[in-house]
Design a protein around this ligand. Structure first.
Ligand code: SF4
Ligand code: SF4
Length: 311
């Protein structure tokens, strides 16, 4: 496992103004580095130490020469989606907590990050958050302003957001109208049109396809849709499917379903082989998702499938 100072790779500033080494350990108080209320938050980052390991990294302390990669900012949980799998439980929360933008801005001035990655909730429906993005863009001027969104907005909003953000990651939970609706209570056609418009304006787009028990069967259909987006990528993301069905492969029903998903996904990878190359479209897998979808380095090499990466 690669060792890295996680809190300089992708630190996470939550809506309470608390800083964590990454979004996975957010809400675990023992991992908190400090708060935007702390004058010495930057010093706390340099001296922070915590034993931790996950599927992506093994934590090590900051060393001389380590530079901050990006900062992940959560503005508030306000959201128009109702995703069944929401990892921040936004649809269930009645709270109205929003980042203290003045204090966050002061911290950003000291930190001076190159890349800012915004997430909510849904930032595009949060008026103050959008004002904050505009203020940061003008005053701190990072190289990249990245938005993580469900992308369920009309094309006029796509235009406004494309003028504001440099990079987009649009999450999908299914690609058929029915599956997407039952996962999110939103309309996938709106999200598809938004994606097309953002891509048309920025020349690239990132997708995050969340594999749930309902959506994994459409992982191949999603690739059929996405592979034609030039200079773009999809990350097949893990929603910890094992926590939805205990030992799914040990249950005959699930092993049948998973096997059929894998066959369909392999078929889509083979069908889209030329497109992946022609459109420079990359396919990436989070650690457990590759196994779930039956994709391995051996399979990729055997069938000479281009542009596939494993974390
Ligand atoms: S090891 Fe993984 S979970 Fe732990 S702090 Fe680093 S990125 Fe986060
Ligand atoms: S769009 Fe994101 S924040 Fe909103 S309910 Fe879905 S997962 Fe949660």
């Amino acid at each position: 496992m690669k060792e890295a100072p996680c809190h300089f790779v992708r630190p996470f500033l939550d809506r309470f103004g608390d800083l964590y080494p990454c979004c996975f350990v957010n809400m675990k108080p023992e991992f908190k580095i400090g708060s935007v209320d702390d004058e010495d938050l930057l010093d706390k980052m340099y001296s922070y130490d915590k034993a931790c390991q996950c599927g992506f990294l093994k934590f090590r302390k900051w060393q001389k020469g380590d530079k901050l990669n990006l900062l992940n900012i959560q503005t508030s949980l306000s959201c128009h989606g109702k995703c069944a799998v929401c990892y921040v439980s936004a649809p269930l929360k009645k709270e109205n907590i929003e980042l203290d933008y003045e204090k966050a801005y002061n911290f950003l001035e000291k930190l001076n990050p190159n890349v800012l990655y915004y997430e909510g909730g849904e930032v595009p429906i949060q008026k103050k958050a959008l004002e904050f993005v505009a203020q940061v863009k003008k005053g701190i001027a990072p190289q990249k302003l990245h938005l993580l969104t469900n992308g369920c907005y009309n094309t006029n909003t796509a235009k406004t957001l494309s003028d504001m953000f440099t990079d987009f990651t649009v999450s999908y939970m299914g690609i058929s109208k029915n599956t997407y609706y039952h996962e999110t209570m939103l309309d996938v056609d709106v999200t598809k049109n938004f994606s097309v418009e953002v891509h048309r304006r920025t020349g690239k787009i990132g997708f995050r396809y969340i594999c749930t028990p309902l959506t994994m069967i459409e992982a191949g259909d999603f690739l059929d849709f996405a592979a034609g987006f030039k200079d773009s990528h999809v990350i097949y993301a893990d929603c910890d499917i094992n926590s939805y069905a205990k030992e799914p492969r040990a249950i005959p029903y699930w092993s049948q379903v998973i096997r059929r998903c894998q066959l369909r996904f392999k078929e889509s990878l083979l069908t889209n082989r030329e497109k992946l190359l022609q459109f420079n479209f990359k396919v990436k897998f989070e650690p457990r998702t590759a196994g779930l979808l039956g994709v391995s380095k051996e399979l990729v090499d055997k069938f000479k499938i281009p542009n596939v990466d494993f974390y």
